[in-house]
Design a protein around this ligand. Structure first.
Ligand code: ZN
Length: 417
């Protein structure tokens, strides 16, 4: 086992750990450890909400989830010799839930969750259609998972970190805050908001204290969006065996990781659409000197996805085009086309006895593939989502006999706003 450089005690809160991580991006958050190029190391990772979401049959915790506390990130880890302009190589060697023997009362020990976040607390891709809070608990059995809240499905996990990245420079941080503030200013009262400005409340900034804490808390960027440093990209293909190349913006690179997922569909459409878990990840780091200029990698990370994961060969795919539900024609709006493809799949799955919320939760959590199939055929872009048929324990392709009705079981817990 690689050396454990960032241990967590599952029975303690994120801020009460021996090494305190962070939940904002800022160049002045001090590293928790320094690593030599080529070294392998293990990192424990809290699930993104620090244990606020419980293994029960209520969605009250999702409705009231404290968004100012996310994401709980492990790190930063400084890499010896890394300088701005370099590329940081990060190999994902191993990843998994926290082993059972470490178990505490928090998420990540044999189970995870998917949530539909309500419109006034995060929202989601289809929030206009799903304004209330719902959740599904997923139980892990080895590498497969199933849910008492969504009957008739079982699938293999495709474990990956939802969030990993390097620290921004002061200059890059200013760029982020400036451009996101300009977007917010176009509609400051919007619910959900267009972007999230710096939020000192609940900021966790590693070992910073006093005036340094106050200064950094006021400037530090929220972790929700992916940006030039990688960040919350939610790419389900960053599995074991992946190699990621991150731009380096500060001396040491200051790599952080969090938001482990047991599984996720492309798009993570319910907002907390993945199966969120606490766990561990083993990493190896190295540096390509001056790699940003050598390869022109300045906009964001590039990566080689891992070559393992569930292998599905049969799919049922749903398409959508850039026409609104009211019949209005839009011009090559791929976001709308993807939305229509998802709604199309939800309508279809509900014919089998699922509630629309169960179907939505399933599309967020199961290993569905999402694609922009056509983006040039005016006026309609075409988006598609592919559902592996083998995850269902009943036939889901169309036949002359019509859909089999399944017993939806207890259904997904719900909380009204
Ligand atoms: Zn996540």
């Amino acid at each position: 086992m690689p050396e454990l450089l960032y241990p967590l005690d599952s029975t303690k809160k994120f801020t009460d750990q021996k090494l305190v991580g962070h939940n904002r991006w800022h160049p002045d958050i001090p590293p928790v450890a320094t690593i030599a190029p080529g070294a392998e190391f293990r990192v424990h990772v809290r699930e993104w909400f620090d244990g606020e979401i419980h293994n029960d049959d209520s969605a009250e915790d999702v409705r009231a989830a404290p968004l100012s506390t996310v994401h709980c990130l492990s790190g930063p880890f400084a890499v010896e010799g890394a300088e701005p302009g370099d590329l940081l190589i990060v190999d994902i060697l191993e990843i998994g839930p926290i082993p059972q023997e470490d178990s505490g009362p928090l998420a990540g020990q044999g189970w995870g969750y998917t949530g539909i976040f309500p419109t006034d607390n995060g929202g989601g891709f289809l929030t206009e259609h799903f304004p209330d809070a719902y959740k599904a608990i997923w139980d892990f059995s080895g590498h497969t998972t199933s849910s008492r809240h969504i009957s008739g499905v079982r699938f293999t996990g495709i474990m990956h970190p939802g969030l990993m990245g390097t620290a921004p420079s002061h200059e890059l941080l200013t760029t982020w805050n400036t451009r996101e503030a300009a977007l917010i200013a176009t509609d400051p009262q919007r619910v959900p908001p267009l972007a999230l400005p710096p939020e000192p409340r609940d900021a966790v900034l590693g070992a910073l204290i006093g005036a340094d804490y106050d200064r950094v808390a006021a400037q530090a960027a929220r972790t929700a969006p992916p940006r030039e440093n990688g960040g919350n990209q939610d790419i389900k293909n960053l599995t074991r065996g992946s190699r990621v190349f991150y731009p380096v913006f500060v001396p040491g690179a200051n790599l952080s990781v969090g938001d482990l997922h047991f599984s996720q569909g492309d798009g993570e459409i319910t907002f907390c659409g993945a199966i969120e878990m606490g766990g561990f990840i083993d990493l190896r780091v190295d540096v390509i000197k001056n790699g940003m200029a050598l390869y022109g990698v300045t906009e964001n990370a590039v990566f080689q996805p891992g070559n393992e994961g569930p292998v599905y060969s049969e799919w049922l795919a749903f398409s959508g085009t850039s026409v609104t539900l009211d019949g209005e024609q839009r011009y090559l709006d791929s976001q709308l086309a993807f939305e229509r493809a998802c709604l199309h799949a939800i309508d279809y799955l509900s014919k089998f006895g699922y509630s629309r919320e169960q179907a939505y939760l399933l599309l967020g959590a199961a290993p569905i593939e999402g694609r922009f199939s056509g983006v040039v055929d005016i006026p309609n872009s075409c988006a598609t989502i592919y559902i592996p048929t083998a995850i269902f324990d009943f036939p889901i392709t169309p036949t002359a006999g019509g859909p089999v009705r399944i017993d939806p079981g207890m259904g997904a817990p719900h909380a009204t706003r």
